[in-house]
Design a protein around this ligand. Structure first.
Ligand code: ATP
Ligand code: MG
Ligand code: MG
Length: 356
């Protein structure tokens, strides 16, 4: 049989493994973490460090193609594997997406609109950056941030010291604060032949820096900006010779779509496609990585609502299971922590009862 290798052990890998099975693919998860919810549903599991070359070589030999479910896999690991097996997407996409500065420069170079930004390699550079960008602004670590971690808001220049301490004094980027009506994402899949397809864009609502809900149809302002945002994502994917699902996060502003960041992988804002689209983001990602034709991305019914189960919200699952319209996903993580994504629930063709 054929095997797809997955780098990373989180819920995205778990949902990729679940989508691979009906296509006839086994999965082999490679992740250093002791707990891997992806490995629980994969045929094989290597729990080993990212720089363990003998284990990586054995993993590569066991796989027909390899993909990532976590964008911070070291680029050196992907380069090493690429000498043994096809890794999709490749090191170029990871290299850009791992560094907010490289990413914004790359996208600006392709004609995309971003927030005004400046490099902040050290504390001294922050004052100069603030003079250039102005306040309010957001200071973000250049690397490794997710779910709003590694970010500090700067309302006035006097906040600079506190912000620099808050992000741990790491090399950073300063971004001007964007005034937006809504946030939305572009979910793109690109095959090995370059064919590109899109799912409908959901509107995304964050709470405390973490994605809370993704819903369709999005408001008019998002629908009006979807085509321009898609055109930019196509240029990005083509420039990287990208294979797989690529996600772009955007702000809908009065001046048009502003690119926030991208994820070189399946994305939380695309979880609704499992029940809400003809082919899910996970199935199309596996198809692309395996070199198979992409499937139809049409939305099956509106409205669609996806709500994350974060921290103790996982306790809502018994009540959600009593809702015949709710499609419940429990990631099987053993540690419940505030702010941790532990599951999600989707409604397709009907709105959830009560407040979101
Ligand atoms: P993710 O979990 O999506 O990877 P992240 O930690 O990489 O998140 P961002 O997406 O950069 O962080 O920021 C998190 C949220 O903070 C955004 O979705 C948006 O709501 C807000 N935000 C980020 N940058 C800006 C900005 N320049 N102006 C206004 N709001 C912003
Ligand atoms: Mg991010
Ligand atoms: Mg984000």
């Amino acid at each position: 049989g054929s095997t797809i290798g997955i780098l990373g052990g989180g819920q995205l890998g778990r949902m990729l493994a679940l989508a691979a099975a009906p296509l006839g693919y086994k999965t082999h998860v490679y992740a250093p973490d002791r707990e891997s919810v992806a490995a629980e549903v994969a045929a094989q599991h290597s729990q080993a460090a990212w720089d363990d070359e003998p284990r990586l070589a054995a993993f590569a030999a066991a796989c027909d193609a390899v993909t990532i479910e976590f964008e911070n896999v070291p680029v050196d690991t992907v380069r090493f594997l690429s000498g043994h097996v096809a890794v999709r997407p490749g090191a170029a996409a990871l290299e850009v997406a791992q560094d907010r500065l490289a990413e914004k420069r790359f996208v600006a170079g392709l004609g995309g609109r971003t927030a005004p930004f400046a490099a902040v390699p050290d504390r001294g550079a922050l004052d100069a950056a603030l003079a250039q960008i102005g306040a309010p602004a957001i200071l973000k670590t250049a690397r490794m941030g997710y779910d709003g971690k590694g970010q500090a808001r700067i309302a006035a220049p006097a906040d600079a010291d506190a912000a620099w301490e808050a992000i741990g004094r790491h090399p950073a980027i300063l971004e001007g604060f964007v005034t937006f009506a809504h946030e939305f994402s572009v979910l793109l899949a690109r095959g090995i032949d370059g064919e590109t397809r899109f799912w409908d864009s959901p509107v995304n609502v964050h709470e405390g820096g973490i994605l809370a809900t993704s819903s369709l149809p999005p408001p008019r302002s998002v629908l009006d900006q979807q085509d321009a945002a898609r055109a930019l994502m196509t240029r990005i994917a083509d420039a990287l010779d990208y294979v797989g699902v690529l996600t772009g996060e955007f702000f809908a502003t009065d001046e048009g779509p502003v690119f926030n960041e991208m994820a070189p992988r399946v994305h939380n804002s695309g979880h609704w496609t499992i029940e809400g689209a003809t082919t899910s983001q996970f199935a199309n990602h596996i198809r692309a990585v395996a070199g198979l034709p992409l499937g139809d991305t049409a939305t099956l019914a509106l409205p669609v609502t996806m709500r994350n189960l974060i921290g103790r919200a996982i306790d809502d699952i018994p009540a959600l299971l009593a809702d015949d319209a709710a499609r419940v996903h429990h990631y099987g993580k053993s540690v419940v922590r505030d702010g941790r994504k532990l599951g999600h629930v989707t409604w397709v063709g009907t709105a959830p009862e009560g407040p979101l």
